[in-house]
Design a protein around this ligand. Structure first.
Ligand code: HEC
Ligand code: HEC
Length: 185
């Protein structure tokens, strides 16, 4: 090891250390009776959003992504993860307004705050909930064979596992996966 390598490793370790401490407070789990409102994210309330953006997949609660992510998604609906999800202008504007108003960075809900905090070291704007560091951390222990089950298919299918996802609630005690049952870690 030459001196440059040593300096580099030390710097890298310090950085990981800072990051580790930073993430600790965000990701600490407590399953004791804190009220659901403060634990979850705000449930979907806009009927137009639910109808238009809930036809191919679960209508993701807006508090799961920052406003800038929603705006980028809404601006690219003609090529939406390989699908065309275009809307007429009026509906597009109304939905954008709803998503922005209830986005994670505008929300006081605990999960939304955790999502925003976990993004503070990210350089790119996430276009998926499933690529957010907080999300990846929470799901890192789920084996591929469970994700690949025919009734799940991908981590984007929140409601295949979180039975109360529609209510904005993602508590571990509410997880139930078809073919597996309850989640016990
Ligand atoms: C025509 C079908 C279709 C419609 C309509 C649609 N989507 Fe999607 N959406 C997809 C597909 C396909 C994916 C990728 C899913 C995957 O990778 O499993 C996706 C993924 C997403 C993701 C990322 C999920 C993740 O992996 O974290 C978001 C956010 C999203 N859509 C938002 C929206 C919004 C907002 C609307 C309404 C304006 C919408 N979608 C309407 C097909 C659609
Ligand atoms: C394959 C099933 C599955 C899918 C799909 C899934 N999750 Fe999870 N999720 C889990 C499991 C299992 C845990 C608990 C992980 C652990 O404790 O090891 C979890 C944990 C969480 C937590 C933390 C809960 C807590 O009390 O600490 C949140 C928030 C969450 N998921 C949100 C989502 C969202 C949003 C989606 C969709 C974008 C999603 N999940 C998709 C299985 C899933």
């Amino acid at each position: 090891m030459n001196i440059k390598t040593v300096i580099f490793s030390t710097t890298a370790l310090t950085f990981v250390g800072i990051l580790g401490i930073g993430l600790e407070d965000v990701w600490s789990d407590d399953d004791d009776g804190i009220k659901m409102r403060s634990r979850g994210v705000a449930p979907v309330t806009d009927p137009l959003y639910k109808e238009e953006c809930g036809s191919c997949h679960f209508a993701y609660p807006p508090g799961l992504l920052p406003a800038a992510s929603w705006q980028r998604i809404m601006a690219g609906l003609d090529d939406h993860f390989g699908d065309n999800a275009e809307l007429d202008t009026q509906a597009g504007l109304q939905i954008s307004k709803y998503l922005t108003a209830y986005a994670a960075d505008a929300s006081g809900y605990r999960r939304s705050r955790a999502i925003i905090s976990s993004l503070r070291y990210s350089r790119t704007l996430p276009l998926r909930i499933t690529e957010i560091p907080y999300f990846r951390h929470e799901h890192r222990e789920i084996p591929r064979r469970i994700i690949n089950l025919p009734d799940v298919g991908s981590l984007s299918q929140c409601n295949a596992c979180h039975q109360r996802a529609e209510k904005g609630s993602f508590r571990e005690s509410e997880i139930w996966i078809k073919g597996i049952g309850r989640w016990d870690d």
